[in-house]
Structure formats: structure tokens, C-alpha cells
Design a binder for this molecule. Structure first.
Ligand code: GLY
Ligand code: MN
Ligand code: MN
Length: 435
């Protein structure tokens, strides 16, 4: 996690954007998987960003005042419970949580319904992310109605509802130095796993055996989980963009596309590498691979402050489409193929996304209808690909080749830093590692 000072700074910054009002920011709820077994709990990213607190059943309440010295940060969390702690493990309880996480006040989460109407009294503005949890939406409504019941005593209820995510998305888009260190560490673990996969993979193995190496290395190095379900796709499976069955045999002569990254202390890494199952590229595989790699390099070159979000995508597209024409997969000029969308038969997704606490992280891509410009502190993925399904108008050696190359890139003052630079991606480096 980040330092307590960082969480406090973020809360203060958020409160100063709020100016005056009350923000209610809950963590995620727990979900049953079957009967008594739950899905592994993962805190809400917004809540975690502001608190560092990982327990379920917790709510952050910020009562912001224009006079910042009067602003209060309150945590509502589970009580200590000796019996439950024997079954489920340690819980802080309000008193210890207040000290450990630097809140002004902390209370039992069972006190929410009693206290929130008082906290909302005579406040005009409520910040809350409506529509995330129907149960909590109803409780917020009931708190406001409770305040309204006191109208005859001259007490007023909030009349403005703001989406708390508007402020937080913009804050989260710019990573601070502690977040960046965690993201570098996450990238380093994912890098180990990808290099291990290149060394481990042999024809005749099952995709899930390779997936298991990822899970092993993620946990072995302290990552809590994969940041998303790993894609381990041999041969034609690589042309299914969200392939996650990972249960087919890996065949000599096929490529293997692996899109896998760990989550470390809440932060995602997201790496894709594609390599030959038998360690040696065929001529056709090499043609397409080097095309995608050139597109990725062109895109990464375009990651720098002042460039628009769309620049890396357009740069990748120019390279890919020229290649599709050269290889006889598309006909006409580059501009005409882009204009007609004909290239989307082989490249149907965009070239990246913001990366952070969420693998597809928050943050606007456009502002006032225009692609936003990159600024230092933003982290994005750069992940062009090419997926060739069998078709009459495509040269046969390319059929069923699916390739994506994905790195995590930080926008710096002068350009960019590739957080995942260590993971081999040139033909020579991959073949050498696999030898
Ligand atoms: N692994 C998810 C993505 O690449 O977007
Ligand atoms: Mn990605
Ligand atoms: Mn990915």
C-alpha cells in the first residue's frame, strides 16, 4: 500500500475539490460464489485510493468545509469481534483503524443509518456514486428523507447530488510516486512470469499448464491475484480476443498469445507477449509479428506530453495498414483502407487504455469532444495486434495467426518510460530466451 500520509493527502485534495458538502464512498460488497463460499473479496478502487483500508463493510464519509481546518474524515468499519476473528481473521475495529489509517473519527459501520442523517443536516451537497449498489442507494435516500422530516425545525436536506467519481477519476489518472513504485513492482512480477512462460512452454503442453506458471509466480512474489483473467491462447485461439478457457493443447508450429498481469497492492499490470510454441518463428509468423512490433514501437514513440490520446493509435494504424496492404490482406491506399474500416477484419480494437487500480482504469479519454492530451503521470497500455481468421482473400500461411504485443507506459516530463521494458519482445530476444 501507499503511505498513510499519501492517503491523507488524497483525501485532503478530494475534500478541497468538493469545497463544501458530504461525500459517501463505500468499499465493495462481498458476493457469494456458491452457498457459503464467497468470491475473493476485492476492495473498491475509489475507496482504497482514499483510505488504503482493505476490509469489507466499510464506508468513508468526508464532511468538507470551505474552511479546510473544519473538514472531517470519518471511517465506518466493522467492530472488533473476537468470535468472528477466530473464523475470519483480524479486523481493526474503529478505534485501531482510526489511528492506523489517520482518520479524524471512526465508528462502527452499524452506526451509519443513525449518524448519516445528522451529518447530512443543513448540507446542500451530497457526493455519492449512485447506481453501484441498489441497497446503499436506498439507504442514502432514506437518510435524506430522514433529514427532510426535520424541516419544521428549520433543518434542510441536501438538494444537489454530485457523482463523487467525477473528481476521483481525474485524480486517479495522475499517478503519484508511490503509486508508480507499486506499478513498477507489479510490472516486474509480471515480467518474471512472462519470461518464465517463454522458457517453460513446450509443444504438447496444455494452455492451463502455462497459466498455472503465471499464478504461481504472481503469488510467489507477493502479488495478491491476477489483475484480470489470464488469456493463454495457442494457435487459432489467439484470434478470440477474450479467450479465457485456456484448456487446449499447444502445438508445434503454432504461436502462443499470453495476456496476463498481476495485481499488486491494488495496482494492475497488463502485459501481452506472443511467441512460437516451439521457440522458432516461421517466416509467415515472423512477417506478422514484426509488423505488429513495428506498429507498437511507432505507437510508443507517440507517447509523450502534449500528444493526443489518439496519436499512438493512429501511428499504430498507419504501420499496420501499410503491412496489411503489402501482405495482400487489404487492397487500396492506406487512407482508403482506414477510411473504409477494412482493416478491422484484422485489427478490431483500439491501441490501449489507462492503467492503474483498475486494469481498464478510470479517466476521461475525451474532453469537450476532443481527445485529451497526455500529461506526465498518466499510465497507459500500448497494445496493437493482428488477428487473422481463415478467409478466401487472405494468404493461407497467415491463417489463424493471432498476435498482440502489450506494454505499460508512463508519460514522463520528457517522453515516456516503459514499465514493462524488461519483457523480451524482439524475435531474436524471444528465440534466444526459448533456446
Ligand atoms: N488484459 C486486458 C487488456 O489488455 O485490455
Ligand atoms: Mn490492456
Ligand atoms: Mn492485456
Amino acid at each position: 500500500m501507499s503511505s498513510i500520509a499519501s492517503y491523507k493527502t488524497r483525501r485532503r485534495q478530494f475534500a478541497s475539490h468538493m469545497q463544501k458538502g458530504v461525500a459517501v464512498i463505500p468499499t465493495a460488497s462481498e458476493h457469494l460464489r456458491n452457498r457459503d463460499a464467497h468470491y475473493p473479496f476485492r476492495f473498491d478502487s475509489y475507496f482504497y485510493y482514499l483510505t488504503g483500508f482493505r476490509e469489507p463493510e466499510a464506508v468513508l464519509v468526508i464532511v468538507a468545509d470551505a474552511d479546510q481546518s473544519k473538514t472531517k474524515h470519518l471511517l465506518f468499519c466493522r467492530d472488533k469481534d473476537e468470535k468472528r476473528e477466530i473464523w475470519d481473521g483480524f479486523r481493526y475495529g474503529p478505534e485501531a483503524a482510526k489511528e492506523a489509517f489517520g482518520f479524524d473519527e471512526a465508528y462502527s459501520v452499524t452506526k451509519l443509518d443513525e449518524m448519516l442523517p445528522d451529518l447530512l443536516a443543513n448540507q446542500s451537497k451530497l457526493l455519492f456514486a449512485l447506481g453501484q449498489d441498489a441497497g446503499l442507494d436506498a439507504r442514502v435516500t432514506s437518510w435524506i428523507n430522514k433529514v427532510k422530516e426535520k424541516a419544521r425545525s428549520g433543518i434542510t436536506a441536501p438538494t444537489e447530488l454530485h457523482d463523487s467519481r467525477l473528481i476521483l477519476d481525474e485524480m486517479r489518472l495522475f499517478k503519484d510516486s508511490e503509486e508508480l513504485q507499486i506499478m513498477r513492482d507489479a510490472a516486474a512480477i509480471s515480467d518474471k512470469a512472462h519470461r518464465r512462460a517463454m522458457q517453460f512452454t513446450r509443444p504438447g503442453m496444455m494452455e492451463y499448464e502455462v497459466e498455472a506458471e503465471f499464478l504461481h509466480i504472481f503469488r510467489q512474489h507477493g502479488a495478491q491475484s491476477p489483475a484480470y483473467t489470464s488469456i493463454v491462447a495457442g494457435g487459432a485461439n489467439a484470434c478470440v480476443l477474450h479467450y479465457v478457457d485456456n484448456d487446449a493443447e499447444l502445438k508445434s508450429g503454432d504461436m502462443l498469445l499470453i495476456d496476463a498481469g498481476c495485481e499488486l497492492n491494488g495496482y494492475a499490470s497488463d502485459i501481452t507477449r506472443t511467441f512460437p510454441v516451439n521457440g522458432k518463428f516461421t517466416a509467415a509468423q515472423k512477417d506478422i509479428y514484426q509488423l505488429v512490433l513495428a506498429a507498437q514501437e511507432a505507437a510508443i514513440t507517440n507517447v509523450k506530453p502534449g500528444n493526443s490520446w489518439d496519436d499512438p493509435h493512429q501511428a499504430a494504424l498507419q504501420v499496420l495498414v501499410q503491412g496489411f496492404i503489402d501482405f495482400g490482406m487489404c487492397k487500396g491506399s492506406v487512407d482508403a483502407v482506414i477510411e473504409s474500416d477494412d482493416y478491422k477484419r484484422f485489427y478490431m480494437h483500439r491501441t490501449g487504455h489507462w492503467l492503474g487500480l483498475d486494469v481498464h482504469d478510470v479517466g476521461e479519454y475525451k474532453q469537450n469532444g476532443e481527445w485529451r492530451h497526455m500529461q506526465p503521470g498518466m499510465v497507459l497500455t500500448v497494445e496493437p495486434g493482428c488477428y487473422i481468421r481463415p478467409a478466401d482473400n487472405v494468404p493461407k500461411p497467415f491463417w489463424n495467426v493471432g498476435i498482440r504485443i502489450e506494454d505499460d507506459v508512463l508519460v514522463t516530463q520528457t517522453g515516456h518510460e516503459i514499465l514493462t521494458i524488461a519483457t523480451p519482445k524482439s524475435v531474436d530476444n524471444i528465440e534466444e530466451l526459448m533456446r
